[in-house]
Write a protein that binds this ligand. Structure first.
Ligand code: SF4
Length: 251
């Protein structure tokens, strides 16, 4: 539900669940077949061939990773990018980056708050479903050292834009990490929303923008191991963010 470009609600007032699903599938096809960032595409392919020893029997996905979740979601979770041996291997966002990795950490918090049916995210065939929540990433290809270049973030924003345009009910965005947070506000600027002063990233910071249909944004430390292993982000802190999101959605 973004203001200046309410593609699905305004241009397609007759949208049905089936037509939204079909358009989302088109968006996902465009993401999966994207080759616009040669540096990232080369890296993802190389990782998929080299593999990590623990996953040498796996066939890596090695392509850009689309979003995952409930098309009727009121909660959007925006991460940074696929992990080289996680989503770049499994093909599902926040999936397969090891036991206790960012996928498990995130899913435990979502499960605690009723957004996910299981509390782990290790395999694409694990039966995970999200209710009222959708997960996407600012950048859809795994970047070296988890550091996408600014121009890669800007380029990939087209995919986020297209995907979010199909998620007509989003009321709250939880942005994981500063890159996800800044990417979201870059997208808003594209759509003519320019909050002043410019929101600054912080954990559990809540940003409300003018306009009834502009989603509320909550910042959250990224559940990467460097944050979760050091105690910078604890399970209680992350669950607390989604508890807050739940309250804001219901407001
Ligand atoms: S990062 Fe995004 S824009 Fe770049 S190649 Fe991957 S999907 Fe395409």
């Amino acid at each position: 539900m973004l203001p200046t470009k309410p593609i699905s609600a305004a241009i397609h007032p007759q949208s049905t669940a089936a037509s939204i699903k079909a358009r989302l599938a088109d968006v996902h096809h465009a993401i999966v077949s994207c080759e616009r960032c040669p540096r990232l595409r080369d890296y993802c392919r190389a990782i998929a061939i080299e593999k990590r020893r623990a996953y040498r029997e796996d066939t890596y996905w090695g392509r850009p990773v689309p979003g995952f979740g409930d098309p009727d979601a009121r909660l959007l979770i925006l991460g940074l990018a696929p992990a080289a041996h996680g989503a770049n291997r499994t093909g599902r966002v926040f999936t397969g980056d090891g036991v206790g990795g960012s996928g498990d950490f995130l899913m435990r918090a979502l499960h605690r708050n009723g957004f996910a049916n299981i509390s782990t995210s290790q395999r694409i065939d694990d039966g995970l479903t999200l209710t009222d929540a959708y997960i996407a990433a600012a950048v859809r290809c795994a970047p070296p050292q988890n550091k996408p270049l600014p121009e890669e973030i800007t380029r990939c924003l087209d995919h986020l834009d297209a995907e979010v345009a199909q998620l007509r009910r989003v009321r709250v965005v939880v942005a994981l990490g500063k890159i996800g947070f800044d990417a979201w506000f870059q997208l808003l600027r594209r759509r003519g929303v320019t909050p002043s002063p410019r929101p600054q990233f912080g954990h559990a910071v809540v940003c409300r923008m003018k306009g009834a249909d502009v989603p509320i944004v909550i910042g959250c430390y990224h559940p990467s191991r460097q944050n979760t292993n050091t105690g910078k982000l604890t399970p209680a802190m992350m669950a607390g963010v989604f508890k807050k999101a739940k309250v804001l959605i219901a407001d």
